[in-house]
Write a protein that binds this ligand. Structure first.
Ligand code: PLP
Length: 394
């Protein structure tokens, strides 16, 4: 099939929910991707934070391959080794006490919301079910996680949304305190708002939120779907802030390219979801869990490098003094380049022409999220293309 065959078939048979770039990827290696015609691209997207260990990592392939030969799927009515090993590993790395496995970030957040509401219901009875989230947040595309998402543009067309969510401005402690009425059971936030434009929340603010939640027995849910598994230079972004949430949600980079999410619960609420209260057919799929175990091992070995490479990219972009660039921000390898007087998508189109895949976020941000294993050579090649494209569009 050539590119136009694929595009025509997509337009005919696939719901057109995505605005796709005119590129069909055939294969990848590390932080390089190749389209059907063999054109090479540096990958600054990692599948929107999914391909944390790059493309075709030999250890990741070996783990997946070996598990497929054993058993590809078992229902959750039986035990498997990869599921329990992964739960143990995640608990040890995060300081949490138990895990539930989902298939995506939205589902992990649904699980966390159910957990928080049941925790409160079991302890305080009905009515204490409201969850505070932040303006500009993103928590997923299900009806409930859209309600949780603090961006009005998502609150159209699909009414009625799930009740019981309040949105307060990010970084504003007074607004949060004011919103903390007696019916609130949880606060949910991202330590770096990803889809909202790569906006890191101040550590001071996160510590303040943490202390207020603790003092009122309001659960703190940290959505680490985008920030987790090494992305920000810590295994989990909350660790950088020195806080200990009650619930943590994961997905994206956890499976390194296979679909898996997780809800992690701290000691006090680790047993809230008991038998029959929550389930999903594919949860703890052994192949996905084996992939995730390989990811954790690879990412742990890369951890120091991630912060350094992130700092290197941010410093390099600042020093290039590129036209249109207003601000370079982020943590680790989750980087936002805020631009003025140009649409990020115009830049992305130019990058593609020159052999670089990149992301946008919010309305005015070019978002860089390469594989965590990216080499300095791959980084430099990507930055050279960025510089040339920015200058061509000045
Ligand atoms: N939470 C955050 C912070 C995200 O960035 C995303 C996806 O971008 C989600 C949740 C939803 O994850 P998924 O697309 O896997 O459902």
């Amino acid at each position: 099939m050539n590119f136009s065959d694929i595009q025509n078939m997509d337009h005919e048979f696939v719901m057109q929910t995505y605005t796709r770039w005119p590129v069909a990827i055939a294969c990848g290696d590390g932080a390089r991707l190749y389209d059907l015609d063999g054109k090479e691209y540096v990958d600054f997207t990692s599948g929107i934070g999914v391909c944390s260990v790059g493309h075709a990592h030999p250890k990741w392939i070996a783990a997946v391959e070996s598990q497929i030969h054993n058993v590809a799927h078992m229902s959750n009515l039986f035990y498997t080794v990869p599921g329990v090993k992964l739960a143990e590993r995640l608990c040890k790395l995060s300081g949490m006490s138990s895990a539930f496995f989902s298939n995506s970030g939205a589902e992990a957040n649904e699980g966390a919301i159910k957990l928080a509401r049941k925790y409160s219901f079991d302890k305080y009875g009905a009515g204490r079910h409201t969850i505070i989230t932040l303006q500009n947040s993103f928590h997923g595309r299900t009806i409930t996680t859209l309600a949780a998402t603090g961006q009005d543009k998502f609150h159209v067309s699909f009414m009625p949304f799930t009740d019981g969510f309040k949105h307060v401005p990010a970084g504003d402690i007074d607004a949060l305190v004011q919103a903390l009425s007696d019916d609130v059971c949880a606060v949910m936030l991202e330590c770096v708002q990803g889809e909202g434009g790569v906006v890191p929340l101040e550590y001071d603010y996160l510590q303040h939120v943490y202390r207020i939640c603790k003092s009122r027995d309001v659960l703190l849910i940290v959505d680490e779907v985008q920030t987790g598994i090494g992305r920000t230079g810590n295994m989990f972004a909350f660790q950088g802030a020195g806080i200990h949430p009650d619930v943590v949600t994961l997905a994206k980079g956890l499976g390194g390219g296979l679909p898996i999410g997780a809800v992690l619960a701290a000691d006090d609420c680790s047993k809230v979801l008991g038998a029959g209260t929550h389930a999903t057919t594919f949860g703890a799929n052994p192949v996905c869990c084996a992939a995730a175990l390989a990811v954790l091992e690879i990412v742990q070995a890369e951890m120091e490098q991630i912060a350094q490479k992130g700092g290197y990219i941010r410093a390099a972009i600042k020093s290039l003094e590129l036209p249109h660039v207003r601000e370079v921000r982020g943590r680790g390898l989750m980087i936002g380049v805020a631009v003025d007087d140009i649409k990020p998508t115009d830049l992305l189109a130019k990058f593609i022409e020159e052999g670089l895949l990149c992301l946008s976020a919010g309305t005015d941000v070019v978002r860089i999220m390469p594989p965590l294993t990216i080499t300095y050579k791959e980084i430099d090649d990507g930055l050279t293309i960025m510089q040339s494209a920015f200058c061509a569009l000045k």
